[in-house]
Design a protein around this ligand. Structure first.
Ligand code: FES
Length: 162
């Protein structure tokens, strides 16, 4: 069956069973491999993307349930040459060890900062809780989100748009 989904601002007609998890469609049909398969059970956050600005686990989202909602993946934030503020902060804090969880971490952090540009440490800890890092770089991830928040505040103070 043909389903149309909007990912990173573009409409994509895809051939898939409506029950197919969004994660599989992103990776297999659209070759957007940032979101990762970790547990397939909604318990690790490696597959986190945004749907209408909210962080969701794409392994549990049937593609047929999306309708007109907009999907954003880590590929929609920035590029290797031009990372966005959150991606750059994760690089600068060297938040990745093996890197498997990082796209999901960045998407969850981005969803928080889109809503709350200056979160407290507790806000960040609570918001990031569903995403797991088996390498244990949580302290660096926390610093990366704090760095991104500071950068965004500076950008807003200067009146620049990101
Ligand atoms: Fe989706 Fe683990 S793969 S939450």
């Amino acid at each position: 069956m043909t389903i149309s989904i909007n990912v990173n601002g573009e409409d994509h007609p895809i051939e898939a069973d409506p029950d197919t998890p969004l994660l599989y469609v992103l990776r297999d049909n659209l070759e957007l491999n940032g979101a990762k398969y970790g547990c397939g059970l909604g318990q690790c956050g490696a597959c986190t993307v945004h749907v209408d600005g909210k962080a969701i686990v794409s392994c549990l989202m049937p593609v047929g349930a999306l309708g007109q909602r907009q999907v954003r993946t880590v590929e929609g934030l920035g590029t290797i040459q031009k990372p966005n503020v959150v991606q750059k902060a994760f690089q600068d804090e060297q938040a990745a060890q093996c890197g498997y969880c990082i796209a999901g971490m960045i998407m969850r952090a981005q969803a928080l900062l889109d809503r709350v540009p200056s979160p407290t440490e507790e806000d960040i800890r609570l918001h990031m809780q569903p995403n797991l890092c088996r390498c244990g770089t949580h302290a660096r991830i926390l610093r990366a989100v704090q760095r991104a928040s500071r950068e965004l505040s500076l950008t807003m103070a200067k009146g620049e748009v990101q």
